[in-house]
Ligand binder design. Structure first.
Ligand code: GLV
Ligand code: MN
Ligand code: MN
Length: 403
């Protein structure tokens, strides 16, 4: 299988240069950087003879072959702010490379193959994760197009800026258009690195609840307002953040994170009048996600009541925990074995576009590539040897499904 190591390495460099500074990459959903990345990927695919298009949710596709249900393969092209070079990007690069290797080997496609680069998987800008795949598989939250970033720019506006209609729901495709979805991704945790194994196969993906909490206090003078007369929104939020940590620690396999917080009006001599923070709650099974959400809601209410403050919790998105397709899991286990790796099965604590396809009824499989340095930071690293192994295993799986 002629995966081209030099070509892959060169493209990792080209893609990570877009929005990149050193090993840090900032390529937010629907940003000019994300658009440049789409153009680059589209160009690679077009050069290999694919029909390339961007859909109304700004996903980029390249299709090889004729009519009929396609094998879809890819990952996302956006990043978190100050993220790394590989989360999402490696899956798109290896999909392009896996198809390229089959074309180089003159493998004719029995079924059509579509390579996809999903738009805005991270949701870092507008708060809706898995955006592009959510649009494609009809799983966007209601009113998604009207969600705005910090500057008040809505998704609809950002889409219109790049020439789309502004309605991402029109990107929806029927699950029957796809025979399978395959996604390669870096592991984002330490299990493969700790075990000294380059590849893993994903058994299932975590359930996620994203929400925004708004705490309303009373804006006041920091010098003239005595401590007992304050309604400090940030002090209440600080207690709530710690309560999220406590609640998640109390449940097995649950995690809870507050990664964003903003304070109004935000001046050192003003008692904060309003505080907004994000909630990211996850667990392997649905009951635990629901339990965690209940515990966090109760703690937020209790803390607000004790301080005499009002707060609201708005759910922004909810993706259920999902097991992936057992046949595709076995296919990836075989493909990994064929490139010399006894890959373990791993559960994913990170969210992936693969959740949307599987939940929509498209059989979905995921292959993990070992990474070091954690993830969602500039130290994220998949070694080139491992990326090549991943691309080869992906290529073999694709050959079996479509070749
Ligand atoms: C994506 O990386 C997520 O799990 O939030
Ligand atoms: Mn990510
Ligand atoms: Mn990712």
């Amino acid at each position: 299988m002629s995966v081209d190591r030099v070509r892959l390495e060169k493209r990792i460099g080209e893609l990570s240069a877009i929005g990149g500074s050193g090993t840090s990459v900032t390529r937010l959903g629907l940003s000019p950087e994300e658009q440049r990345a789409r153009d680059l990927i589209g160009g690679w695919l077009r050069a290999r003879g694919a029909t390339v298009w961007r859909d109304p949710a700004a996903n980029v596709y390249g299709r090889f072959g004729g009519a009929g249900p396609a094998i879809l393969v890819g990952s996302h092209i956006d990043s978190v702010p100050e993220g790394g070079r590989f989360d999402g990007a490696l899956g798109v690069l290896c999909a392009v490379e896996a198809v390229g290797a089959l074309l180089d080997d003159d493998v004719g496609f029995r079924r059509p193959v579509e390579v996809v680069g999903w738009c805005d998987e991270e949701g870092a800008r507008f708060g809706i994760g898995l955006f592009g795949s959510g649009a494609t598989f009809g799983r966007l939250p209601d009113g998604a197009a009207q969600r705005a970033d910090r500057l008040g720019i809505t998704i609809a506006h950002a889409l219109r800026t790049i020439g789309e209609s502004g309605d991402p729901t029109t990107a929806k495709r029927e699950p029957g258009e796809f025979a399978a979805y395959l996604e390669l991704h870096i592991e984002q945790g330490p299990r493969l690195a700790d075990a000294g194994i380059p590849l893993g196969v994903v058994s299932g993906i975590v359930g996620i609840l994203h929400a925004r909490v708004t705490v309303r206090g009373r804006q006041d003078h920091a010098g003239a307002t005595i401590m007992t007369a304050r309604e400090d929104a940030l002090a209440a939020a600080a207690e709530m953040v710690l309560a999220v940590e406590t609640a998640a620690r109390a449940l097995p396999d649950a995690v809870g994170t507050v990664g964003e917080i903003s304070v109004r009006p935000g001046a050192k001599n003003v008692v904060p009048g309003e505080c907004v923070f994000s909630l990211d709650l996850r667990a392997r099974n649905e009951q635990t996600v629901e339990q965690l959400a209940r515990d966090v809601r109760a703690a937020i209410r209790r803390i607000g009541d004790a301080r005499g403050l009002r707060s609201t919790l708005d759910v922004l998105s909810r993706v259920p925990a999902v097991p992936l397709d057992p046949k595709l899991r076995d296919l990836f286990l075989r493909s990994a074995r064929a490139v010399g790796v006894e890959a373990p099965e791993l559960f994913s604590g990170a969210g992936h576009d693969a959740e949307n396809s599987q939940l929509a009824g498209v059989p979905t499989g995921m292959l993990f590539v070992r990474s070091t340095g954690g993830s969602h930071n500039p130290n994220e690293l998949a070694a080139l040897d491992d990326a090549v192994l991943g691309a080869r295993a992906l290529s073999l799986a694709l050959k079996e499904l479509a070749g």
